[in-house]
Write a protein that binds this ligand. Structure first.
Ligand code: KG4
Ligand code: ZN
Length: 333
């Protein structure tokens, strides 16, 4: 099945063609028009600018995705699009474009949940995970722990109570003078820092909960930097990045460990932009080995927002009979 898919929930406009069957999953094209350089000027995503940039890019990247896949719109079997969660104006651009295209070309329309899309990025790996499994989705807007019972039946068993994990990375990065979004740069800096240089607090979430919290940790780092600045002392950014990353990683592993115990699942998928973090990936690998569970990580190019992952999830939504109609709307949360 050839699926033309769209992603426009935040600051990347993406269009892909994926060729999906039960036996194989092939990315024929996956075009990403990033808006990062525009939003970097403001230190974060400006929703109105994001919507406009999606409008400007979506038609062009559709042509590119079809050309790279070497097919025409007629040859596709369905059109898929992220409809939730995300910035409403940004989502609406993708949803309305995909709706119009599907309607005019007489193709089925499939609305896809962005979080499920992130998890589906792992289906392009070899071996690919087969449900049931536990999924940890860590991105700039979301941090969720999910019991994936089938390809389409998801139960969220833990989530952040405040900042998303990527948001915490980006805010700490900003305070130590890195550009936006600073997650990837924090990753590089942490590699040359001493992770034991500072001891930052672990979140005060009760042991019987699978929820996360990153806001207290983020504030502790910001206070530490401000105190040093007030004293006229210089901060060692690499040590801060390394110590912060260790605190984040430890708190994630603690909750994943509890989730594995509670659900008895023997497979774990980690996905989303932050799952590209090399230190988190290393900690997850060590954790999986210790717990004797199988770990599935999407390849780095598929961790961030992209339309191929939306196409992958769309295949399973289609097989389950979850076909949308012309009334499909954007849903913020
Ligand atoms: O999944 P994504 O592309 O967009 C959302 O759905 O939010 O994730 C973007 C987030 C940003 O916060 C970015 O700083 C973070 O992922 N990120 C990283 C790394 N690469 C991207 N955070 C930590 N380490 C990385 N290597
Ligand atoms: Zn995302």
């Amino acid at each position: 099945m050839l699926i033309l898919s769209y992603e426009s929930s935040c600051d990347e406009t993406s269009c892909a063609v994926v060729e999906m069957s039960d036996e194989s999953r092939i990315i024929r094209s996956n075009i990403i028009a990033s808006q990062i350089s525009i939003h970097a000027l403001y230190g974060g995503v400006v929703p109105e600018i994001a919507s406009r940039a999606h409008c400007e890019a979506i038609s062009r990247i559709t042509d590119q995705a079809l050309a790279e896949a070497d097919i025409s719109l007629d040859e596709t079997d369905a059109v898929a699009v992220t409809y939730t969660p995300g910035l409403v104006g940004a989502l609406l651009v993708g949803v309305n474009f995909a709706k119009a295209l599907a309607y005019s070309a007489g193709k089925p329309l499939i609305g896809v949940d962005h979080i499920k899309g992130h998890v589906a990025a792992s289906y392009f790996g070899t071996p690919a995970p087969e449900p049931p499994f536990l999924a940890f989705v860590a991105s700039g807007g979301h941090t969720s722990l999910i019991d994936v019972k089938s390809y389409t039946d998801y139960e969220t068993i833990g989530r952040t109570r405040d900042d998303a994990i990527g948001e915490a990375f980006d805010k700490v990065a900003r305070v130590i003078g890195l550009g936006y979004p600073g997650g990837a740069e924090m990753d590089r800096l942490a590699s040359v820092g001493d992770q034991k240089a500072m001891k930052f607090p672990s979140p005060a979430i009760p042991d019987d909960s699978l929820d996360f919290s990153f806001s207290g940790l983020k504030t502790a780092v910001i206070n530490h930097v401000n105190t040093l600045n007030m004293k006229g002392q210089s901060c060692n950014n690499a040590d801060i990045a390394a110590s912060f990353t260790l605190a984040v990683t430890n708190s994630v592993i603690k909750k994943l460990s509890a989730a594995v115990e509670r659900t008895g699942r023997i497979k774990l998928v980690a996905a989303g932009g932050v799952s590209a973090n090399s230190h988190l990936r290393a900690a997850l690998k060590a954790f999986a080995k210790k717990k004797k569970i199988s770990l599935y990580l999407p390849e780095l190019s598929l961790c961030g927002d992209n339309a191929a992952m939306i196409g992958a999830q769309a295949y399973y939504e289609y097989k389950t009979g979850n076909i949308s109609d012309i009334c499909l709307n954007a849903v913020v949360n």
